[in-house]
Design a protein around this ligand. Sequence first.
Ligand code: TXA
Ligand code: MG
Length: 557
Amino acid sequence: MQTLYFDLRDTKGPQKGVEEKISAAAKILRDGGLLGIPTETVYGLAANGLDPVAVKRIFEAKGRPQDNPLILTIPGQQWLPRYCRDIPPLAYVLARKFWPGPLTMILKCRTDVVPSIITAGLDTVAMRCPAHPVTAAIIREAGVPVAAPSANTSGRPSCTTAQDVLEDMDGKIEGVVDGGPCSVGVESTILDLTCDPPRLLRPGGLPMEDLERLIGHIDVDKAVTRALGAGEQPKAPGMKYRHYAPKAPVTVVTGAPDKSAQEILRRVKPGDGVICFDEYVHLFSAQEVHTLGPSGDKLAHSQRVFDALRTFDNSAVKEIYAQCPDNRGLGLAVGNRLKKAAGFHIVEADSARVVLGLTGGTGAGKTSALRAIESLGGKVIDCDAVYHRMLETDEGLREAIHTTFPGVFSLDGRLDRKRLGEEAFSDKDRMAQLNSIVYQFMKPEIDRLLADENYRLFAIDAINLLESGVDQLCDKTVAITSPLELRVRRIMARDNISEQYARLRISAQKPDEYYRSKCDHELNNSADTAEAFEAEAREFFERLVESIKEEKAHGEQ
Ligand code: TXA
Ligand code: MG
């Protein structure tokens, strides 16, 4: 198929034929064809949104998974009631302020009118009114709403010029309309209005701060800031796919621009690729570099980010390192696109080290909580394991034990752990003696382990966290607690023991109340499954770590 090219970059000058081109483009849509269209965000691949056969061709041309719904694009808010029902007044408040513009709203779908292929079977529909005069004119002329995802092949970076569209779609679509380079450069912000408070599903060309200024607090879907764990579903199906991804692996480096540039410099090898701010280009003369513009110009970053990723798609670099703007304004969207390209492989250049101390009784869920820390990229230090290792290898500790418990070493110097246990458990004073020896050696060893530069987040797992003084090495301590009956059942299932024995084990330990009163925070586990608690714990720790970092940043200023 030949793809027609409509040059509509300049519609104001003396150029002739603007109206003819607009009608020819609109006719393609009316006839069930596919048309590349400019919008202020990125180029779209449009088809008549009421024609399921035409819409199906979009999925084929893009190679798009069938479960990923499309946005329905309309020329103004008057068209909303045709395709949506129970429209909340807030939708009109937002449309009045931000349409036409880079905001997509998720609303309840009017059944029957909107073909189910558009919504991928969901009962909600994404509605958008782009701010590009040429596209507005074409849609009005066509007289139909258009289904219009971004015009890239699925999985590739979005297109910000008509050339990009041709690169991906030439020969597969009837036409492309060139309206010049996109003025925003990242896709629209997607806001779900079917929940309360509204939820940000995808950061985009309309900064979240602008939304919050008008409508107050909005929730942020977890898929915006991090990779999802197994079994987690984003609310916008498209957010689950690895996206915008060049062929070479990408590492995103966050932090103040000076610091992130230095961090990249430490890591790059000759022939690698670098995406950086203008000020740092000179550092990377041995690398292939694409700039995002000056570090302070977020609009430039947003206009250039896809171009940088796209160009690297066609390059032979082995690895790509990208400087990441901060999360304010358009930075949230630019950072999200870079991080998705990196599969959320992120290095924090100047972030403070955060140390959490976790404690709590058996069966409360400490193991799941620790798994959550690991899934956040944190390192878990298991004090029990450290203690056992030290018993074998730490001469200082062994000598101190030898002095107080001479009988526990055999002639060849091997320590009889069982005997040590028996001696120590025989009476309270002996136990206290052993503990004080262990604690004295434990704390410096933990401190040494915390110096591991490969990690910025640590969790210290210790049942005696508070007694050992190891809590003093922590920024915050967290008590993992859980209702008694749940703990009993968990221990029974986990260790395959009787109810009576499970209760005995719990009562031999300190009660939740003890941990609760001594720790800075409490994380209570009343979840049905370990997976559910792990997901809760992850959100809890994410927030806690964020607040500790903020505290530290303010302390340093
Ligand atoms: O700026 C934009 O929005 C561009 C231009 C071309 O308008 N379009 C665009 O479309 O980015 P697309 O298909 O690449 O991304 C649409 C996103 C996908 O992540 C999809 O899963 C999500 O919107 N989406 C669509 N309908 C949805 C719905 N009913 N509920 C939740 N998410 C939805
Ligand atoms: Mg897309």
